[in-house]
Ligand binder design. Structure first.
Ligand SMILES: Cc1cc2nc3c(=O)[nH]c(=O)nc-3n(C[C@H](O)[C@H](O)[C@H](O)COP(=O)(O)O)c2cc1C
Length: 364
C-alpha cells in the first residue's frame, strides 16, 4: 500500500513547485487510509532518553511543522516523528519561492523562516492524539519578532511538555535572523537554565520530558566545546546534530540554485554533518545520547551516522529523492549489518567510528 502510494505520487510530486508538492504530500497523508505501522524486528528496538523506540529511524523537524500528520508518519514505519518547528504565535515565514531542489546533487535549500500556524493550532492537534501512543517529539522555536526569545522557548516547553515525548530546543535554523546567536556560550547557558527549569516546574503534571538541543553543523570546534560543555552542565538529555548548513560545498553541481540563500540539506550535507556528529560524540563522553541528521539517503549513510555517534537518526531531504522506500531500506540495512557482525543490538555500533572520523581531513 505504501509502496503503491509512493510510486503513484512521486512523479506527480516531482513535477510540482517544491513547496506545493510538500503541501500535497501533507494532504495525502492526512486522508490516505494507511494500514497500521509494520511490526519492527526486535533487534531494531532501542531505549534512548528513557523512551522505547521501536526502530531508530525518525523523520526530522520541518516536514510536519504544524503537527498535522504525526500518526500517519508513524504508520509509514518511522520509529519516531519530530513535529515543528512550532513558534508561539502564527507567522508566515519568508516570501516564496523559499524552497529549492538541487536535483543533480540530491540536495535541498530552504529559507522558509519558521512558517508556523503557531502554538494554539498545533497544541489542539497534539492534545487530540495524545492517547494514540508512538514517540512524537516537538521542536520549538522563537518568533521572528519576539522581544524575548528565551521566554518563547520557556513558554513552549511549559505548554507542550504534557503532549511531547521529548522537546527539541531549535537554536540552529539559519533562516531567522540572529537565532543562531543563541548558541553563544553566555546566552546558551541562560537559555538552557531557564528551559530545564521550566521542564522541572511542569514535570509534576506533565511527567518527565527529555529536552534536546539541536545545533548547526556550522559551529566552529571551539564553539562546539562551549556548547557541549553547557549542555552537559545544564543537564540536557541529548543533542541533535544537526540542522541545515549555510555552507556551499565546492562539489555542488547545481551552481546557480546553490546561490539561493538558506540552509542546505540532503546528500551534500552528509560529510560536514557526520564530522560534526563525531566531534560532538567525542566531547559528550556518553553523558547523553545524540540524534544524527543530515544527508542520510541510504542504509549505508544511516549506519555511518550510528557509527559516528548517533543513537538514533533522522531523515528529511533523502525522502524527496528516494521516496518512502528509504525507511524500510534503512531498517533492512541495519538488520543486515547486525547479522554480518553476529550482533543482536545496534548499541555496539554507536560511536564505533567516532575517533576515526575526527581524525580524517576536514570535509570540503
Ligand atoms: C524544507 C525543510 C524545512 C526544515 N524545517 C526545519 C524546522 O522547522 N526545524 C528544524 O529544526 N529543522 C528543520 N529542517 C532541518 C531538518 O530537520 C534536518 O535537520 C536537515 O534537513 C538535515 O537533514 P536531511 O539532510 O536529511 O534533510 C528543515 C529542513 C528542510 C529541508
Amino acid at each position: 500500500m505504501i509502496g503503491l502510494l509512493d510510486r503513484l505520487a512521486r512523479p506527480f510530486l516531482r513535477a510540482l513547485d517544491p513547496e506545493d508538492a510538500h503541501g500535497v504530500a501533507i494532504k495525502m497523508l492526512k486522508f490516505a487510509p494507511l494500514p497500521p505501522a509494520p511490526r519492527d524486528d526486535k533487534r531494531l528496538a532501542l531505549r534512548v532518553f528513557g523512551l522505547n523506540f521501536p526502530n531508530p529511524v525518525g523523520i526530522a523537524a520541518g516536514f510536519d511543522k504544524n503537527a498535522e500528520v504525526p500518526d500517519a508518519l508513524l504508520r509509514l514505519g518511522f520509529g519516531f516523528v519530530e513535529v515543528g518547528t512550532i513558534t508561539p504565535l502564527p507567522q508566515p515565514g519568508n516570501p516564496r519561492p523559499r524552497l529549492f531542489r538541487l536535483d543533480a546533487d540530491h540536495g535541498v535549500i530552504n529559507r522558509l523562516g519558521f512558517n508556523s500556524q503557531g502554538a494554539d493550532a498545533a497544541l489542539k492537534r497534539l492534545v487530540a492524539r495524545a492517547a494514540a501512543g508512538g514517540i512524537v517529539g516537538i521542536n520549538v522555536g522563537a518568533n521572528k519578532d519576539s522581544a524575548d526569545r528565551v521566554a518563547d522557548y520557556v513558554q513552549l516547553i511549559e505548554r507542550f511538555a504534557a503532549v511531547a515525548s521529548y522537546v527539541t530546543v531549535n537554536i540552529s535554523s539559519p533562516n531567522t535572523p540572529g537565532l543562531r546567536n543563541l548558541q553563544q556560550a553566555s546566552v546558551l547557558d541562560d537559555l538552557l537554565a531557564r528551559v530545564v527549569d521550566a521542564r522541572e516546574r511542569v514535570a509534576p503534571n506533565a511527567g518527565p520530558t527529555p529536552v534536546l538541543l539541536k545545533i548547526a553543523p556550522d559551529l566552529s570546534l571551539s564553539d562546539l566545546d562551549d556548547v557541549v560543555g553547557i549542555a552537559r552542565s545544564r543537564r540536557v538529555d541529548g543533542m541533535i546534530v544537526g540542522n541545515t548548513t549555510v555552507a556551499r560545498p565546492p562539489s555542488l553541481l547545481e551552481t546557480e540554485i546553490a546561490k539561493e540563500a538558506g540552509g542546505l540539506s540532503g546528500r551534500p550535507l552528509f560529510p560536514l554533518a557526520n564530522r560534526m556528529l563525531a566531534e560532538t560524540y567525542v566531547r559528550v563522553e556518553d553523558v547523553f545520547p545524540l540524534i544524527g541528521a543530515g544527508g542520510i539517503d541510504s542504509g549505508a549513510t544511516a549506519l555511518a551516522k550510528i557509527r559516528a555517534g548517533a543513537s538514533l537518526v533522522q531523515v528529511y531531504s533523502g525522502l524527496v529523492f528516494s521516496g518512502l522506500g528509504l525507511i524500510a531500506a534503512i531498517k533492512n540495512a541495519l538488520l543486515e549489518a547486525l547479522g554480518d557482525d553476529g550482533q543482536d543490538s545496534l548499541k555496539e555500533f554507536i560511536g564505533a567510528d567516532a575517533a576515526a572520523v575526527t581524525a580524517e581531513p576536514w570535509p570540503k
